[in-house]
Design a protein around this ligand. Structure first.
Ligand code: SF4
Length: 295
C-alpha cells in the first residue's frame, strides 16, 4: 500500500523523548519567538493550523504509523492554542489512532496559566499528559536578560497548575546561559525553582550559538562572557549540589552537552557529582566549546 506524503513545514524540532512519536504540526513556528538564545523558529512566521486541514493529516498519519501510541504536537508552543482549539485536535487523534499512551507538546507557563483548571483536566482526559517546558533558568534577572517573558513566580504557578490537573512536565535548564557573570546565581536559583516544581523529567542542555557569539551577545540584554568547558561543569556541579528532589528522572544527554549524565535525583546525586568532579579534573582549563557558525 502506498500513502501520499505528509509535508512538514521545515525545520521541525521535537524533544529526544519523542523520537518514536508521530509529529503533528498543530501550529507553525513559535508565537513568542523572542528568546535571546533561541533560533529554532526565527525563519518562520507563527501560524495556527485549522482543524479542517489537520483532520485529513491525522487520518493519514494514523494509517502510516499504525500502532504508534504517542503523538507530539509541534511546533514551538502548540500549547498556546486555547482549550477550544486543542480539544477537537485531541479528539480527532483519539478517534483516528485509537488508544493513546500520551500526547505531548512544548509549552510556556503562560500557556498553562491562561487555561482554567477544568480545561486542563479535560485536555488531560483527552490524552494530553506531558508538557515540555524550557524554563531555562530560575533566576529572575537572567530571565529578563534573555527575554523569556516569564518570571520565577509565573513559572512555578504555571507548572504547579499543570501538575494539579494531572499533566506531567519535562523541564529544561540551559547550562552556560548567563555566561561568567551570572553563572552562580543561575545555578543556585535554577536548583531552587526545580526544587519547588519537582517535575517528572529534568534535563540540562548547554547553550549553543549557531549564529556565533557576537550574534548572541547582541540579543542578550547584558554582559555575556562565555564559559569554558570546565566552567560549564562547575556551574552544573553547583546546580546539582543545590537540588533537593524526589524521584526526578534527570538527563544531560542532548547533542549540545559535553558530558553525558543520567540518573534519578536525588537517589543518584552523589554519583552524578562524582562524574562531574571527574570531568572537571580531567578537562584542560581554558578550553571553550566550539561555536559553529551557520551564516
Ligand atoms: S519560547 Fe521556546 S521556541 Fe519560542 S523563542 Fe523561546 S525558547 Fe524558542
Amino acid at each position: 500500500m502506498t500513502f501520499s506524503k505528509i509535508t512538514y513545514n521545515e525545520p521541525v524540532f521535537r524533544p529526544p523523548g519523542e523520537a518514536s512519536s508521530v509529529i503533528l504540526q498543530a501550529t507553525i513556528g513559535c508565537f513568542w519567538n523572542k528568546c535571546a538564545f533561541c533560533e529554532m523558529y526565527t525563519s518562520k512566521k507563527f501560524k495556527v493550523r485549522k482543524i479542517d486541514d489537520l483532520r485529513p493529516e491525522i487520518e493519514l498519519l494514523s494509517k502510516i504509523y499504525k500502532g504508534v501510541r504517542k503523538v507530539f504536537l509541534a511546533d514551538g508552543n502548540a500549547f498556546v492554542l486555547s482549550a477550544n482549539n486543542l480539544i477537537p485536535i485531541l479528539t480527532e487523534i483519539k478517534r483516528q489512532f485509537g488508544k493513546m499512551q500520551r500526547i505531548s507538546s512544548y509549552a510556556l507557563p503562560k500557556n498553562i496559566l491562561n487555561k482554567s483548571d477544568s480545561e486542563l483536566q479535560e485536555l488531560r482526559s483527552l490524552g494530553l499528559k506531558l508538557l515540555y517546558i524550557g524554563i531555562e533558568t530560575g533566576d529572575d534577572e537572567l530571565l529578563k536578560l534573555i527575554n523569556k517573558g516569564e518570571t520565577y513566580d509565573s513559572t512555578i504557578d504555571g507548572i504547579l497548575k499543570a501538575h494539579e490537573a494531572g499533566i506531567d512536565t519535562s523541564i529544561m535548564i540551559i547550562n552556560g546561559l548567563g555566561g561568567k557573570k551570572y553563572s552562580v546565581q543561575h545555578a543556585v536559583n535554577s536548583a531552587k525553582i526545580i526544587n519547588r516544581i519537582n517535575p517528572k523529567y529534568l534535563s540540562t542542555l548547554t547553550l549553543s550559538l549557531p549564529y556565533g557569539l557576537e550574534h548572541f551577545q547582541n540579543r542578550f540584554n547584558g554582559n555575556y562572557s562565555p564559559l569554558s568547558i570546565t566552567e560549564h561543569f562547575k556551574e552544573l556541579k553547583t546546580f546539582i549540589t543545590h537540588t533537593e528532589l524526589n524521584n526526578v528522572i534527570y538527563r544531560s544527554d542532548h547533542i549540545s552537552n559535553n558530558l553525558v549524565l543520567k540518573g534519578i535525583l536525588s537517589k543518584d546525586k552523589k554519583k552524578l557529582l562524582d562524574l562531574i568532579n571527574m570531568a572537571i579534573n580531567f578537562t584542560p582549563k581554558d578550553v571553550y566549546p566550539s561555536t559553529p557558525s551557520i551564516l
